[in-house]
Design a protein around this ligand. Structure first.
Ligand code: GRF
Length: 210
């Protein structure tokens, strides 16, 4: 049974997709042990509560220093003894000690087709604003392992989404969530939980079919 903890900062629609996928069997062999938010008022914490999942908030302003905040965040994660840490809209730069301790066991959902529109400053609506400003016709989402960089870890899954004429950033964000994020993040968790990710001759991950 894969023990997961999900880190959130906002609305939690990706968290909800995970909760629903565990409930309807799209994700198997997985226990959602806890949800950790850096924002006390994150709606994601309400989603966790409704699902009967322990929710914890670790807010930077409650600590005298960044170092103490990082220690508290790590302690909160450790308290759930997770096998996998899932970043689902978590807007905090992970402390080095966390990335090192959970190396190879942290995944993130990014709302573009990495390596496009990612890296410092590319989060939330900024990603979709940049997509529309550039005029690309296809965007999408990526699930990747987290390493010491920003959106630079090995790619696990991607799903393409069309950009439509006249899209606003908000409309495009919603389409990318509905058509890509809410599918590939649960799929990646289920793939990890059931050992279906392998590496090919190029050293790139691929997921075997069920
Ligand atoms: C999503 O767009 C995700 O791709 C990005 O942050 C947003 C989180 O949305 N990492 P939600 O909190 O899951 O609704």
């Amino acid at each position: 049974m894969l023990r997961i903890v999900v880190l959130v900062s906002g609305g939690g629609t990706n968290l909800q997709a995970i909760i629903d996928s565990i409930s309807n069997g799209k994700i198997t062999n997985t226990k959602l042990c806890g949800v950790i938010s850096n924002k006390k008022d994150a709606y994601a914490l309400l989603r966790a509560e409704k699902a009967g999942v322990p929710g914890v908030s670790v807010s930077k302003k409650d600590y005298a220093s960044g170092e103490q905040f990082h220690e508290a965040l790590l302690a909160a994660i450790d308290s759930f003894s997770p096998d996998l840490v899932v970043l689902a809209g978590f807007l905090v730069i992970l402390p080095k000690q966390l990335v090192e301790k959970y190396e190879g066991r942290i995944i993130n959902i990014h709302p573009s087709l990495i390596p496009s529109f990612c890296g410092d400053g590319f989060y939330g609506l900024h990603v979709h604003e940049a997509v529309l400003a550039r005029g690309v016709k296809v965007t999408g989402a990526t699930v990747h392992f987290v390493d010491s960089g920003t959106d630079t870890g090995s790619i696990l899954l991607q799903k393409a989404v069309s950009v439509q004429p006249g899209d606003t950033p908000e409309v495009l964000q919603r389409r990318v969530m509905e058509e890509a994020e809410w599918n590939i993040l649960p799929a990646a968790i289920d793939g990890i939980a059931n050992g279906r990710f392998k590496k090919d001759a190029n050293g790139n991950y691929y997921m075997e079919e069920k």
